[in-house]
Design a protein around this ligand. Structure first.
Ligand code: ADP
Ligand code: MG
Length: 226
C-alpha cells in the first residue's frame, strides 16, 4: 500500500436520501471513509444498512445528498452524469450480485464492453486475455444464458477489470453462488486486484472473506459503526 499517494476514495460525512411517496428517507447518514491505492476493504452490515447505496455513491450511480465524495481525485458532487459514466468505463469497475451481463452479447463482447464503449481498438484482444485469466478462454462465444452462475460472474469480473481500473466495487459478488463456486470467484477477484494494485471495496456477509481483506468497514443504519 502506498500511503503517500492520494486516496482512491475519500468520503466526508457523505449523505444519501431517497424521495419516496411517504417523504425523504435517509439511507446514508454521514459516512467517512478513505481507501488507499491497492487497498482491499470489506464492507459488512445487516440487510438494509446502506451497503449497496454506498457502492452506488462511490460508483457515481447515485448523487450525494450532502457531504463530499472524492473518487480518484474527482469531486463526485461536481462531476456531470456524463463524466461519471466515463469514469465507470475507464477507472471504476463494478461487480453486482446478479452479474448484470448483456443477454444478447457473447462472453467476449460482454467482457470487452467498457473498452468498446471507450473506442479502444484492441478491445477484443484485451477482453480475450482477461477471459483467459479468469479461466474462461474456452467460453468466448457463449451467451450468458449458456453459462453457469459462476461463469457469468467471472465474465462480469473480467469486464470489471478489463480497462485496468484503479478501483473495483463488488456488491455481494458471491451472493447468488454456492460456496465452492463463490470461492473460485473470490480467488479470481483477489488475484486480479492484488496483481494489478487495484483498490477493491467488497460488500460481503461472509466473515471469513472479510477477514482476508486488509480491513473491514461495518455499516449499520447508514453509519459506520466500526
Ligand atoms: P443494503 O445493501 O445494506 O442491504 P441498501 O443500500 O440496498 O442496503 O438499502 C438501504 C436502505 O435504502 C433500505 O432501507 C432500502 O429500502 C432503501 N433504498 C434503497 N434503494 C432505494 C430507492 N431507490 N428508493 C428508496 N429507498 C431505497
Ligand atoms: Mg445490498
Amino acid at each position: 500500500m502506498d500511503f503517500t499517494a492520494s486516496p482512491v476514495v475519500q468520503l466526508s460525512q457523505a449523505r444519501l436520501s431517497y424521495p419516496t411517496p411517504e417523504g425523504e428517507i435517509d439511507v446514508l447518514n454521514g459516512i467517512d471513509l478513505q481507501v488507499g491505492p491497492g487497498e482491499i476493504v470489506a464492507v459488512t452490515g445487516p440487510s438494509g444498512s446502506g451497503k449497496s447505496s454506498l457502492i452506488a455513491v462511490i460508483g457515481g450511480l447515485e448523487p450525494l445528498s450532502g457531504g463530499a465524495a472524492q473518487v480518484l481525485g474527482t469531486d463526485m458532487m461536481l462531476e456531470s452524469e456524463r463524466g461519471r459514466t466515463l469514469m465507470r468505463r475507464r477507472d471504476i469497475g463494478i461487480v453486482f450480485q446478479a452479474y448484470h451481463l448483456v443477454p444478447s452479447m457473447t462472453a467476449l463482447q460482454n467482457a470487452a464492453l467498457p473498452l468498446t464503449l471507450a473506442g479502444e481498438d484492441d478491445a477484443q484482444d484485451r477482453a480475450k486475455a482477461m477471459l483467459e485469466r479468469v479461466g474462461l478462454g474456452h467460453r468466448l462465444t457463449h451467451r450468458p444464458s449458456a453459462l453457469s452462475g459462476g461463469e457469468q460472474q467471472r465474465v462480469a469480473i473480467a469486464r470489471a477489470f478489463v480497462a485496468a481500473p484503479r478501483l473495483v466495487l463488488a456488491d455481494e459478488p458471491t451472493g447468488n453462488l454456492d460456496q465452492r463456486t463463490g470461492e473460485v470467484v473470490i480467488e479470481t477477484m483477489f488475484e486480479l486486484a492484488r496483481s494489478s494494485g487495484t483498490a477493491l471495496l467488497l460488500v460481503t456477509h461472509d466473515p471469513a472473506l472479510a477477514a482476508r481483506c486488509d480491513r473491514t468497514l461495518v455499516i449499520e443504519g447508514g453509519r459506520v459503526v466500526s
